[in-house]
Design a protein around this ligand. Structure first.
Ligand SMILES: Cc1cc2nc3c(=O)[nH]c(=O)nc-3n(C[C@H](O)[C@H](O)[C@H](O)COP(=O)(O)OP(=O)(O)OC[C@H]3O[C@@H](n4cnc5c(N)ncnc54)[C@H](O)[C@@H]3O)c2cc1C
Length: 291
């Protein structure tokens, strides 16, 4: 087996290398190479630079505005970015929620949300974990009650990474208490600037506030921000966990009982794509109890 890169792949690598060298600010690569903390502007500035080039959603298929790269191209891109000292891409938008919107969102939702993710303009947060609902994610209690054309959301999320910067949040919310816990969960997109949302930093041992508690007090969320069907959120949540790698948007949306769903049992949510914190810290999702 010949594992050497082809001339085309080497040319692609050189193109990426040159582009990154020309566009990555030295102030940022110096910070990454010396393991200093990155600011919001460092992370989002690089995201926007990639976005302008069409490379922030570098795993996205062309139909949604991605470059449509194959696995080797994605690997070369990641490698070149890492070697150059580029910040890792914050995964919540381009790597996590975007594939869910592509697979299960309506055409209107795709049109509304994907461009802001692809450009790096809109910062997304992940609203899965709650106090008492970490590994046992299906026990989420944050309640979303349908009233007319809105959901009224009450409850709390926790460990929300970089939630202090969040514009939008994808949330697992309880819309029913009937039957198994998994059958009463919905996947809701929520504007974090909505009245009733409070973000409270959690100070960690190193004094930094990378994670947050997020509280919802009668937050009104338009019903057209529900992904897919009400009470089917567990399927979408598992799809996100099972497929949150840059390759995910090209994979087929699974059914609730598919192998992709079962793969989520041991999958980390961020894989190798989330080390936006620069001190070799990379939080991992280790949800082990999808039933
Ligand atoms: C730095 C950091 C950032 C995070 N960022 C986010 C984020 O942005 N958004 C988000 O939604 N979540 C986030 N999380 C939450 C994270 O994914 C959860 O911490 C994780 O799901 C585990 O939940 P828990 O902390 O409540 O631990 P617990 O569920 O309380 O588990 C504690 C320990 O018990 C073990 N355990 C639990 N149940 C069982 C069982 N049945 N059998 C055997 N062992 C078991 C676990 O493996 C673990 O070792 C973050 C966490 C951290 C630490």
């Amino acid at each position: 087996m010949d594992l050497a890169f082809t001339p085309e792949e080497l040319a692609f690598r050189d193109e990426v290398r040159e582009w990154v060298a020309a566009h990555l600010p030295k102030t940022i690569s110096d910070k990454v190479h010396s393991a200093q903390r990155l600011t919001r502007d460092d992370m989002q500035g690089w995201a926007k630079t990639l976005g302008k080039k069409g490379w922030l959603g570098y795993g996205w298929p062309e139909q949604f505005g991605g470059p449509g790269w194959n696995a080797i191209q994605r690997h070369l891109f990641e490698e070149e970015c890492a070697m150059a000292g580029a910040p890792r891409i914050v995964p919540f938008g381009p790597v996590m929620v975007a594939p869910v919107i592509m697979a299960f969102g309506s055409p209107e939702q795709q049109k509304r949300f994907l461009p802001g993710i692809a450009s790096g303009e809109v910062w997304w947060s992940q609203g899965y974990s709650e106090p008492g609902s970490g590994s046992d994610l299906a026990s989420v209690k944050t309640r979303a009650e349908r009233v007319g054309d809105k959901y009224i959301v009450n409850g709390q999320k926790t460990w929300t990474t970089l939630g202090q910067y969040g514009d939008w949040m994808f949330n697992l919310v309880r819309t029913s208490t009937e039957g198994k816990p998994q059958t009463g969960i919905s996947f809701l997109l929520l504007d974090m600037k909505s009245p009733g949302v409070t973000v409270r930093p959690i100070k960690l041992l190193d004094g930094e506030c990378e994670v947050n508690e997020v509280f919802f007090d009668n937050v009104e969320v338009p019903a057209d921000q529900l992904i897919g069907e009400e009470n089917k959120g567990w399927t979408y949540a598992k799809y996100l966990l099972a497929t949150n790698a840059p390759t995910s948007p090209t994979s087929t949306a699974p059914s609730a009982n598919s192998s992709a769903s079962s793969a989520s049992r041991s999958k980390t949510a961020c894989g190798t794509t989330c080390a936006f914190a620069t001190r070799s810290r990379c939080w991992k999702w280790t949800s082990s109890r999808s039933r």
